[in-house]
Design a protein around this ligand. Structure first.
Ligand SMILES: *[C@@H]1O[C@H](CO)[C@@H](O)[C@H](O)[C@H]1NC(C)=O
Ligand SMILES: *[C@@H]1O[C@H](CO)[C@@H](O)[C@H](O)[C@H]1NC(C)=O
Ligand SMILES: *[C@@H]1O[C@H](CO)[C@@H](O)[C@H](O)[C@H]1NC(C)=O
Length: 595
């Protein structure tokens, strides 16, 4: 039954490529897509757990022996573990857009061509276009109660500070509690800041220049060498002081602008008190599950962990052998345990499909001195921000549904975070949209062990709007080829990362173009250590040509759309700034302390 459904759904995916005549014939001969119902038994609740910036090498069941993640490991032991689970992008905003829509982020325009990797402020006009269809929207239409708790980072407003055109409640979620933006180091005035350090540096240089000018004028005036007026001297001093004090408060301003919490359409805490968020989020998950235990529900728990500044409660500080990063990871694992316990207590374990993943690989650049503040990607090369190298995109992927999915099953086939879209839509008895290309593929048969191969023969690996690599799973040979067209230039050379920058760039001087492309066989060389050549690999040319044809076919399915992450829609606009209270004094705290 599930197998037939998969095929019927695949037919739906291709509808736009088939003529109406052929469709009519197919409708007469084959099963109608609408005949494709949910699998036997009642529809499951769906609980999606997504970590932020967690590396595949940070998790026990993926080979880490020193970090303790017993709850994630338990999920894998009771369910299915995917070893080649791939994010559609190596940074938050595009990866999450692809996850929610089942489509490469370039299709929704959730990428930049100008070096802006993610949405940069809450008060930008870019975001997931309202015309995109998320799985939440389809499940809501199919009678599911849908909730999002935690991080969003897919935009908020279009034209005014409260039109909420990109808000989760406008994308199929019935309930939202969390950050419309993202956790960042700036929320806590932390060392490894994303934005504050840059702004402070610029303001600092300006104020130093003005101070120098003021000093020169004063000396010139006193020595009668420069005919300056005292007014000019006083004004330049005032400007200097203003710039200097702005650079001092800029961190606080960023925290007010971006680090706040909302419940549905209202701001509850601005700026947020980071230390309270862990118990608040857990309380929210528990009350959502209890409110909706009659089901069916879809809950997307989008963790603020393990993004810098690694806000960790006292109980977990200093517990792991891997510093604050390890402590934060162990705390997140504990949260996973608390959430699974809630399901158990409510008797929902067997009727709930649970999924765990990370939005992309761990950040290698998040380091200060010898201290590691970013994730570990195990044997895989590269990390967060790198579109082609495996470490940026290969992430944990675990599904558990007792009694339906075989416990302890491991799948080595290539799968994508985009596959969650058709999988949950199918389970809910819905249909994937037929008026657009959906890149994800239904995973149910693979997870149940009734299909040997995933439906992905090729996968594209983008860095912003630039195609950096492509993967070909040559099933008859069991090979997984990876072809790199461009790779980041590491700083320093050979360091394996771009130290001194937040992430590696995707274009321009920051990358090396490869012609002929670099070729690896991941099935023999998962660490991408030995590039193959026509001398070492007899099928070199055939593989490169096959992949080039697949890339050309993929490109023909793309249609031009406005890029939401380009500067026009990704620049701070004061009139879009959400504000609790009276602008510019955005300050409120409306939630009681967690129990
Ligand atoms: C486990 O994870 C930590 C934290 O990222 C990392 O430093 C360490 O190297 C990992 N250990 C193994 C054996 O993978
Ligand atoms: C959030 O919004 C949903 C639907 O708009 C509504 O049913 C729910 O009661 C709201 N919850 C809160 C706490 O405001
Ligand atoms: C849940 O499913 C498992 C595996 O099929 C089964 O052993 C267990 O008895 C079920 N639990 C309940 C409460 O039905």
């Amino acid at each position: 039954m599930p197998r037939r459904c998969t095929q019927a759904l695949l037919k739906c995916d291709h509808i736009n490529k088939v003529s109406w005549l052929a469709l009519a014939v197919a409708a007469l001969l084959g099963p109608k897509p609408s005949a494709c119902g949910p699998p036997p038994g009642p529809r499951p609740n769906i609980l999606l757990l997504m970590a932020d910036d967690l590396g595949i090498g940070d998790v026990g069941c993926y080979g880490n022996t020193t970090i303790r993640t017993p709850n994630i490991d338990r999920l894998a032991a009771d369910g299915v573990r995917l070893t080649q689970h791939l994010a559609a992008a190596p940074v938050c905003t595009p990866s999450r857009a692809a996850f929610l829509t089942g489509r490469y982020p370039l299709r929704s325009g959730m990428v930049s061509s100008q070096g802006h990797r993610v949405l940069r402020w809450t008060a930008v006009s870019g975001g997931l276009p309202p015309s995109e269809i998320t799985f939440a929207k389809i499940l809501k239409d199919r009678g599911y109660t849908t909730g999002l708790i935690g991080k969003w980072h897919l935009g908020l407003n279009c034209a005014s500070s409260n039109d909420h055109c990109h808000h989760p409640l406008n994308h199929g979620f019935d309930y939202f509690y969390g950050m419309p933006f993202s956790m960042m180091a700036d929320c806590e005035r932390w060392g490894l800041s994303e934005k504050r350090a840059v702004l402070e540096r610029r303001l600092g240089i300006c104020s130093q220049l003005v101070a120098l000018a003021a000093l020169t004028l004063t000396i010139g005036k006193l020595t009668h060498l420069i005919p300056a007026s005292w007014t000019l001297v006083i004004w330049s001093t005032v400007v200097c002081l203003l710039l200097f004090s702005t650079s001092c408060v800029v961190g606080a301003l960023i925290a007010h602008a971006d680090c706040f919490l909302m419940r549905n359409h209202s701001i509850t805490e601005q700026p947020m008190r980071s230390q309270r968020t862990t118990p608040l989020m857990l309380q929210e998950v528990s009350s959502f599950v209890k409110r909706n235990k009659q089901g069916p529900f879809l809950l997307f728990m989008s963790f603020l962990h393990v993004h810098t500044p690694l806000v960790t409660t006292e109980n977990f500080r200093g517990r792991s052998p891997h510093g604050l990063y390890g402590d934060n990871t162990e705390e997140m694992d504990w949260m996973v345990g608390q959430i699974l316990d809630t399901l158990d207590t409510e008797g929902l374990t067997n009727s709930t499909l649970v999924y765990f993943t990370s939005d992309h690989g761990g950040s290698l650049e998040a380091q200060s001195g010898n201290n590691q503040y970013g994730g570990w990607n195990g044997i895989y090369k590269g990390g967060k921000g790198m579109g082609g190298w495996e470490g940026g995109i290969r992430v944990p992927g675990i599904f558990r549904w007792p009694g339906v999915l075989p416990a302890g099953h491991v799948v080595h086939e290539p799968t994508s975070l985009m596959d969650v879209f058709p999988t949950v839509v199918q389970l809910a008895g819905g249909q994937v949209p037929q008026d657009r290309v959906v890149d994800g593929r239904d995973l149910l048969a693979l997870l149940r062990g009734t299909a040997a191969h995933s439906d992905h023969e090729f996968l594209m690996h983008y860095c912003e709007s630039f195609l950096h690599a492509a993967r070909w799973h040559q099933r008859d040979r069991g090979a997984v080829w990876k072809v790199h067209f461009a790779t980041p230039v590491f700083q320093p050379d050979g360091a394996g990362a771009c130290y001194g920058q937040v992430v590696c760039p995707c274009s321009g001087d920051g990358v090396t173009q490869h012609d002929p492309p670099l070729l690896f066989d991941l099935s023999r060389d998962p660490s991408e250590a030995h590039a193959l050549t026509p001398d070492t690999e007899p099928s070199f040319h055939r593989v490169v040509e096959t992949v080039a044809r697949a890339v050309a076919a993929h490109r023909r399915t793309l249609s031009p759309v406005p890029l939401q992450l380009d500067a026009a829609d990704n620049t701070w606009k004061p009139w879009l700034q959400p504000c609790c209270g009276r602008f510019p004094f955005c300050w409120c705290d409306r939630d009681a302390d967690p129990r």
